[in-house]
Design a protein around this ligand. Structure first.
Ligand SMILES: [Zn+2]
Length: 556
């Protein structure tokens, strides 16, 4: 799809909001509610945001300038207003951390020194926003899955002082490892299984270094993904403490090299792994020591979240949030042919959905009673940074933020019989979903592979951690034309040939009904919640319930 150039007549685009008052019937049958979100608007926003002129929308590039200007223009033109103090833009201070020269890692063992080739055997880095970090001859402790989970009666750090030590940690959680439904949530990934959690917990334990053992099954991605993610410069938010609370050295090691390391200490990796998934597991000091060093250059910059609202008529101080990340990967460095990561599906679709929802609320005959907030966040691709920053610096109280709906990568495709719920079973928002979907003859289904942890991998997650109930829907997979087999093939093709590749492009004629179904559905659910007084909560067994009860409790 190289050479796709689109031009837009802005004067003509200015007429668009009037069109969204004209409802379009989704399907025949008469009982299906008319779609409110405008198809033409959704399509045009995707085409603009995914055009080559927007240069792949990478933070800190011309792509960011164009995208942010476009979003602000569109929201302003709809009559949306800033949320709280400070206009439509929330500056997000970022720092790029580039390792230079190559980081070093080796282990001393009873059988001699075991060096690790950077990228091939292991990757190490530091999240500390400093020019250097190191550990020297730090005793290595195998800490199983590295989990402290009182609600599951689990503590992989029981009885050990980790200060000055290096934690060697398994990815995922004991439920996945055993497939036992009585351990954690069985095969479904809990937050305790995520790599982010592993590093956070090791820091809470006071460890000097934390190294995760990569395994393709429980990680849900291959070693190449680890290397692509961590061997290159990293973006992070600038924070006052420069992330001094993180462990000095973080990293990953291949399964093969971890097994060799454990063997050099006189143990069997498979046996240790088995023990780690057994109740009562105790951390095991290994007779090996880690030495690692990382040198960085730091480059500071500002990116932007874009935020606007349609004020509520009766309870303007209560907010229903819609969120989508505007950023993508930019352009390739050098090379021939197409060099733009257009990010049409990821996430021009979600950003277009955000604008189309804004237009639907702005153009509605009756304004909602609660305020509708539209938040387009930056740097999702770099680790959910824009949404993390917003949640750390909210413009309005999170306790008054009633719910958040996230749109990320709505796949192209024709109409479907289903919509997918990522992280199903978590909150009372699913009751609203069930009712609204039923009215449309749509079936909400849980995502097919909860072990991949998609719930923890997009922007609503930062809100969830702060207690705000979140709903994250993905396009359905049961196509009206061709059924599940067709829908699965459609998605597999996207993942193989487009996802995070230059082929994630928009061309006129793409089917958009699957995505529009999701956008219109969350518009309707949000509208209903905006006209109610209740605060839907997380379900009682959700890991996010306590945070909400805490913040709502103090809000009264
Ligand atoms: Zn995305």
């Amino acid at each position: 799809m190289k050479g796709l150039h689109l031009s837009f007549d802005r004067a003509w685009l200015a007429l668009v909001p009037a069109l969204c008052l004209v409802p379009a019937l989704v399907q025949s049958g008469g009982t299906v509610p008319a779609r409110t979100v405008d198809r033409g608007l959704y399509e045009r926003h995707i085409a603009v945001l995914a055009s080559d002129g927007f240069a792949g929308r990478k933070p800190g590039t011309i792509g960011e300038e164009k995208t942010v200007a476009y979003l602000v223009d569109e929201l302003r033109r709809l009559g949306a207003v800033p949320v709280g103090e400070g206009g439509f833009i929330q500056p997000v201070p970022l720092v790029e951390i580039a390792p230079q020269p190559e980081p070093q890692l080796s282990f001393s063992t009873p059988r001699g020194t075991l060096p690790m080739r950077f990228g091939t055997d292991a990757v190490v880095f530091t999240k500390r926003q400093m020019t250097a970090a190191e550990v020297e001859s730090s005793p290595v402790v195998f800490v199983g899955h590295g989990v402290v989970a009182p609600e599951y009666g689990w503590n992989d750090y029981a009885g050990i002082d980790m200060r000055g030590k290096t934690a060697l940690i398994l990815i995922n959680d004991p439920g996945f490892a055993t497939g036992d439904d009585t351990l954690f949530r069985g095969r479904a990934l809990t937050y305790y299984g995520r790599w982010t959690y592993k590093f956070e917990e090791a820091a809470r334990q006071g460890a000097a270094a934390a190294i995760i053992v990569h395994e393709t099954g429980p990680a849900a991605y291959g070693w190449a993904t680890v290397v692509n993610s961590w061997a290159n410069p990293q973006l992070d938010m600038q924070v006052a403490d420069k992330r001094a609370g993180r462990v000095a050295i973080e990293g990953w090691i291949t399964h093969e090299r971890a097994a060799a390391l454990v063997a050099a200490a006189g143990h069997d990796f498979a046996a240790l792994k088995k023990a780690a998934s057994t109740r009562g597991f105790a951390p095991m000091p290994l007779d090996v020591r880690a030495t690692a060093s990382v040198h960085n250059t730091l480059h500071r910059s500002n990116s932007a979240n874009v935020l606007a609202m349609i004020p509520g008529t009766k309870r303007p101080g209560e907010y229903v949030f819609y969120v989508a990340h505007w950023d993508h990967l930019g352009r390739t460095q050098g090379g021939e042919g197409d060099q733009t990561f257009n990010g049409a599906v990821d996430n021009a679709t979600g950003t277009a959905g955000l604008l189309a929802i804004a237009a639907a609320f702005a153009g509605a005959r009756e304004r909602p009673e609660r305020s509708i907030a539209l938040l387009a966040v930056t740097a999702e691709e770099q680790g959910l940074l824009g949404s993390e920053y917003y949640v750390a610096h909210p413009r309005v109280p999170l306790a008054q933020t009633v719910a958040v709906f996230n749109m990320d990568a709505l796949y192209f495709g024709g109409p479907t019989r289903d919509v997918r719920v990522v992280g199903a079973g978590a909150s009372e928002l699913e009751r609203y979903l069930a009712e609204e979907a039923a009215r449309r003859g749509l079936v909400p289904v849980p995502e097919a592979q909860p072990e991949k942890g998609h719930f923890y991998r997009s922007d609503h997650f930062n809100f969830a951690q702060a207690g705000v109930p979140a709903l994250y829907l993905k396009t359905g997979v049961d196509d009206l034309d061709g059924g599940v087999a067709h829908g699965m093939a459609r998605e597999a093709d996207y993942v193989a040939r487009r996802y995070h590749q230059v082929g994630d492009e928009y061309a006129p004629g793409e089917r958009l009904e699957a995505g529009l179904e999701v956008v219109d559905l969350i518009y309707a659910i949000g509208r209903r919640i905006a006209n109610e007084t209740s605060f839907p909560n997380w379900n009682a067994d959700s890991e996010f319930r306590a945070a909400r009860d805490g913040s709502r409790g103090t809000a009264h």
